[in-house]
Each structure stands twice: as structure tokens, then as C-alpha cells.
Design a protein around this ligand. Structure first.
Ligand code: ZN
Length: 82
């Protein structure tokens, strides 16, 4: 059997409706991890740039959910001995 939505059918177009104000996801102040991409050699002359000082050119942030890990709880039923 095919998956079926439990929602009722609507004549509206899919997606945001007119009049609904869009909102861009804002950057989180504190990134969980920062990955720097810097050139290791010059595109023009091929010089080694390992020791060169770099300037930030741009930034993008990807928000992701870490992989789910199963957790378990042992429920122990106890009884008083006296
Ligand atoms: Zn160069």
C-alpha cells in the first residue's frame, strides 16, 4: 500500500501562501565547529601559501541534526525485603 497523507485535500498551492512573510534562517552565534577553507598555493604563480595570512572572504552555515543514537532505560522493579 502506498503511503497516504492524513491531511485533508486543499485547493491551495503547495508552499508558502501569499501574504505569508518569508524568513531567512539566521546564523547561530556559536558554531559547533568551524572548518576553514584556505588556499595552499597561489593560482597565478603556484607559490606556496601555507605561511600566508588569510582574510575571510565569506561564510556560510549549515545547521544539521547529529545522527540519532539509541538510548535505553532499564526499569527495575524492586520490593522491600523487611
Ligand atoms: Zn602568486
Amino acid at each position: 500500500m502506498k503511503n497516504q497523507s492524513l491531511r485533508e485535500k486543499s485547493d491551495k498551492k503547495p508552499g508558502g501562501q501569499p501574504g505569508h512573510e518569508g524568513k531567512t534562517l539566521e546564523f547561530l552565534d556559536q558554531a559547533g565547529k568551524i572548518v576553514k577553507h584556505s588556499p595552499t598555493f597561489c593560482n597565478c604563480c603556484g607559490n606556496d601559501l601555507d605561511q600566508a595570512s588569510n582574510v575571510l572572504l565569506g561564510r556560510r552555515q549549515v545547521v544539521d541534526i547529529p545522527p540519532m543514537k539509541p538510548g535505553s532505560i532499564d526499569w527495575e522493579k524492586q520490593i522491600s525485603r523487611d
